[in-house]
Design a protein around this ligand. Structure first.
Ligand SMILES: [Zn+2]
Length: 178
């Protein structure tokens, strides 16, 4: 929640006041000294590529209903981000995956209901038959060169980064004749 939306102390229900605390004005409870810190919202996502194609899900909810993105969702308090990526992938695709790499962290909130940070993992399918569920009403494999309309800047960013990483790997292979 935004600081201006905090009206009552969640501990003792006293109306809060705004006071300078730890470097900036924050909602503070004048009765029990509770301080509101606006914590970032963090999401985790799984990038799964098989046979040169990427697994995307179609969003059933706003924002960007009907557009495509990676299996992803908010990390619960106390949850391991990698486990959150695995859980969200299972919820949205029915697939059990294992994490193979940390790809990047995208740090910009692009929507009021979005995340401040998205932690992107690469993952491989361990088991399961893909079927869309939860936040997704369709899923499909797409060639990296023929993507559908993507839902978020963060999705576009990580796919472009992944493509450039792959091209680096390819360019490292010895040329014939070397
Ligand atoms: Zn209080």
């Amino acid at each position: 929640m935004r600081p201006q939306d905090i009206r009552y102390c969640p501990s003792c229900a006293t109306p809060v006041v705004i006071r300078e605390k730890i470097g900036q004005p924050r909602p503070v409870c004048p009765a029990c000294n509770w301080i509101y810190f606006q914590d970032p919202k963090v999401a985790a996502a799984a990038l799964i590529v098989e046979n040169g194609k990427i697994l995307l899900v179609r969003r059933v909810n706003e924002p960007h209903r009907g557009l495509w993105t990676l299996p992803a969702g908010f990390i619960n308090g106390g949850e391991d981000p990698a486990q959150a990526a695995i859980r969200e992938t299972r919820e949205e695709t029915g697939l059990t995956v294992r994490i193979t790499a940390l790809l990047d962290i995208y740090a910009r909130r692009e929507h009021a209901r979005g995340a401040d940070f998205v932690i992107f993992y690469q993952a491989e399918i361990e088991s399961g038959t893909p079927h869309p569920a939860d936040d997704a009403d369709a899923l499909d494999w797409f060639s990296l060169d023929a993507l559908p309309l993507l839902a978020f800047d963060a999705t576009r960013y990580i796919i472009e980064k992944f493509k450039s990483m792959r091209s680096i790997v390819i360019s490292k292979e010895p040329r014939s004749g070397d």
